[in-house]
Design a protein around this ligand. Structure first.
Ligand SMILES: Nc1ncnc2c1ncn2[C@@H]1O[C@H](COP(=O)(O)OP(=O)(O)OP(=O)(O)O)[C@@H](O)[C@H]1O
Ligand SMILES: [Mg+2]
Length: 565
């Protein structure tokens, strides 16, 4: 192919850009770049890459098809035009400007094409269907996912009007109202697909120029929602489980007592912890049944697994079953999610059924089945759940009596008392009192920030002479009551009498047997302890005892050891 021979003439910086632009066009041969004026100056302004000349002879003699003129005045232009043959086409400054404009447009167009390619790639790869319409509702674009979701091919959709084919859809509504739409559940016009759409107007320069809708198949959305719901309920269940799972807090080291009777119970409990047998703990309130249950679990091979306590007396009858076995979603009104029962929580570990004697007969039947089969169904569910749970039950009630009264199932009783451990009441092992009270004092010193060393002899005797119907718990409460109020290092009998109601009765019992003047002295001392052994305190004490201050002094004098006969 014959190349177009082009000469460029004009001022440096103008012609250099033209030169650089044309240099790369294969159809063009540049025959010369002619600078008008000072060559050094021009070479500087055009740069090293442009071979310039100031000799205009080439224009006269060289073969040229096109002469491009740029950056020169009219006079110079006329002069140069005169140099070249009249057959040479001349492109002057105006034409150059026009060409530059066209080239710039083309450059922008190329840039647009690049962006368009990228956008098409993105729109083609999304899974959501996309449909775009102009302001009049003419459908101008659908992506491949649109066809997948709706079954409508692109060529059947483009060119149709959305206001006609899907007048109630999200896209048509956006065009009509100019407002965004979220999560609209509709059928795509012209197809049977149910979809969930989001749509928005397309705004260019502040004006609506069309609309775009993005939608997904309803089943896809439902699937996602279902998955989300399942995951959420799984998380809820796990976190609920996590919150409820507890492990044993006490070990056999925490159980104090060395009396023969008490040691027998401990030995039996220790032996039972090595097996999987069901244990029935019997004993009065406060004897340590719960403590034993913890210790048995703690010493058993299940110690790392959950220890779950259920207080059968504290849970309302109608909730106990779901508490034990959990319930399935929708089991009853309000059951929006399923719940794990205590037996499931205890899987692998131990369940401690406290106050078992207070359970209803119907539930006793259900419990019996679980103990026999170690499987159950959640309330309202039909899935059978199998568990491996060790059972420890406890009660302070006499189960044999309850059986006789028809309030406790005999078969359940025999199921439960594979190993029966009876914990003796405190009054049967009073020899353990000093050990128990001393360890309590140490524990309470830490808790209350006190420095109590121990009990006085008469205090110990007072503890001994009491029957402790509330057992160790009552002892704990009594000592704590004294320690909260007294700052002495030794707890005396007097302290017990003053602060623990049980001992007030003892002291009255003691007073029955003493001479009247001894009783007077006790009362006076009690009053002074209360109001203070000062002049002011004595005045108030006298008033409280209903005697004159003088009488009080008198009686005090009589009470002094040297005055005793
Ligand atoms: N032998 C013991 N050594 C140390 N502390 C004990 C002992 N026995 C009981 N206790 C303490 O006495 C309190 C009552 O014990 P626990 O709760 O185990 O009694 P319980 O038999 O379950 O009573 P209830 O029948 O009223 O539920 C607890 O604080 C426990 O730590
Ligand atoms: Mg208990």
């Amino acid at each position: 192919m014959q190349k177009i021979k082009i000469a460029i003439a004009g001022q440096g910086n103008y012609i250099s850009s033209i030169y650089l632009m044309l240099k790369v066009v294969p159809e063009v041969e540049i025959t010369g770049v002619y600078c008008i004026g000072d060559s050094e100056f021009h070479q500087m302004s055009v740069g090293e890459n442009v071979p310039v000349t100031t000799e205009l002879d080439g224009l006269k003699t060289g073969s040229i098809d096109v002469l491009i003129l740029s950056g020169i005045d009219e006079k110079t232009e006329g002069f140069i035009r005169g140099l070249v043959s009249p057959y040479v086409s001349v492109i002057d400054q105006k034409a150059v400007d026009l060409i530059k404009l066209i080239l710039k447009e083309e450059e922008q167009l190329l840039e647009f094409k690049k962006i368009q390619r990228k956008l098409t790639f993105i729109l083609n790869s999304v899974h959501e269907a996309i449909e775009v319409a102009d302001i009049n509702g003419n459908i101008i674009y659908v992506n491949p996912a649109f066809t997948k979701v709706t079954g409508i091919p692109e060529h059947e959709r483009i060119g149709k009007n959305i206001l006609e084919v899907s007048p109630d859809g999200a896209l048509a509504t956006v065009l009509k109202t100019g407002k965004d739409i979220f999560g609209l559940r509709t059928k795509v016009g012209g197809s049977n697909s149910e979809v969930v759409s989001n749509a928005a107007p397309v705004i260019v320069d502040g004006r609506i120029s069309g609309g775009v809708v993005v939608f997904q198949h309803l089943t896809d959305v439902m699937k996602l929602m279902d998955e989300l719901r399942q995951k959420t309920s799984l998380i809820e269940n796990l976190s609920e489980k996590l919150g409820q799972v507890t492990t044993s807090k006490y070990s056999f080291n925490d159980i104090l007592g060395t009396s023969p009777d008490f040691s027998k119970s401990i030995n039996l409990a220790e032996r039972s912890s090595k097996s999987n047998s069901t244990v029935l703990l019997l004993g009065e309130s406060g004897t340590g049944k719960e403590l034993f249950a913890h210790a048995i679990h703690h010493a058993s091979p299940r110690r790392e697994k959950p220890f779950i306590k259920v207080n059968c007396a504290a849970i309302p009858e109608n909730l106990l079953e779901s508490e034990f076995f959990g319930y399935a979603k929708g089991a009853f009104t309000g059951a929006i999610k399923s719940k794990i029962g205590k037996f499931e929580l205890a899987n692998g570990g131990t369940i401690f059924l406290d106050e078992i004697g207070d359970m209803s007969l119907s539930l006793q039947g259900k419990l019996l089945r679980v103990l026999q089969e170690m499987e159950f169904e959640r309330v309202g569910g039909n899935l059978t759940i199998k568990v491996d749970v060790r059972v420890i039950a406890a009660t302070n009630r006499n189960l044999r009596d309850l059986i006789r009264q028809g309030k406790f199932r005999e078969d359940l009783y025999y199921r439960l008392n594979v190993v029966e451990i009876t914990i003796p009441p405190l009054r049967h092992h009073k020899e353990d009192l000093p050990m128990l009270s001393n360890s309590l004092i140490i524990k309470l010193n830490r808790k209350l920030g006190k420095k109590v060393i121990g009990l006085s002899r008469d205090a110990e005797e007072a503890l001994y002479s009491y029957d402790w119907p509330g057992n160790v718990r009552e002892l704990e409460n009594a000592i704590e009551r004294v320690m909260v109020t007294v700052d002495d290092e030794i707890i005396t009998k007097e302290n017990l009498i003053q602060h623990v109601s049980q001992f007030k009765n003892i002291s009255e019992k003691d007073l029955d047997l003493i001479p009247i003047d001894r009783m007077e002295q006790i009362l006076i001392r009690k009053a002074l302890l209360k109001f203070g052994n000062t002049v002011e305190g004595k005045k108030i004490a006298a008033q409280a005892l209903n005697i004159s201050l003088a009488t009080l002094y008198n009686k005090l004098k009589k009470g002094r050891p040297e005055n005793k006969v």
